[in-house]
Design a protein around this ligand. Structure first.
Ligand code: ROI
Length: 158
């Protein structure tokens, strides 16, 4: 079993319900246990003209290897009506692998730690609820330093 963190986001079709349904689906994945879920947060979209997002992070323990986990998460996105249209478009559900044990993964389909993590308060603050004070990302960056550089601005904790 390895500990992984998954970022959840939704800005269409009852975002809070989308997140709750996704958490239930992840809890039901094979060889996987849901450990803990962060609070839910809302924030404006990074792109103008989209509805506000609801975001959270969940800790899972899993035996699924990274690309199998990615396939499983994309299947959940599809089941919940995600249509892969424009790259940064509004979506019913976005599931991102934020961390995978202490591994750095650099493959065409999957980059871990997640690429935009450092700039995204809506990932960093929920992640901070689930890990120890001194948590280090696999690429050597400390969560504390990332939080210090990314103010809690525009986030609303539900
Ligand atoms: N903005 C917020 N607040 N939350 C997201 O999950 C999110 N996801 C995106 C873009 C469009 C970049 N903006 C976002 O993909």
């Amino acid at each position: 079993m390895v500990r992984v963190h998954i970022g959840l986001g939704s800005n269409l079709d009852s975002p809070q319900r989308q997140l709750r349904d996704a958490l239930q689906a992840m809890a039901g994945l094979p060889n996987t246990r849901l450990v803990e879920t962060s609070s839910f947060y809302t924030s404006d979209s990074l792109l103008p003209g989209q509805p506000r997002y609801t975001n959270a992070v969940v800790a899972l323990d899993t035996e699924l290897v990274p690309l199998t986990l990615l396939d499983a998460l994309q299947a959940i996105e599809s089941e919940q009506g995600r249509e892969r249209g424009e790259r940064w478009g509004p979506r019913t559900l976005d599931l991102d692998i934020i961390t995978y044990a202490d591994r750095v993964i650099d493959e065409p389909r999957l980059k871990v730690p997640h690429y935009h993590l450092h700039a995204r308060a809506f990932v960093l603050y929920p992640l901070a609820e689930l890990v120890d004070e001194g948590f280090m990302l696999a690429d050597g960056r400390s969560l504390r330093a990332l939080l210090a550089a990314c103010p809690f601005v525009g986030l609303e904790k539900l």
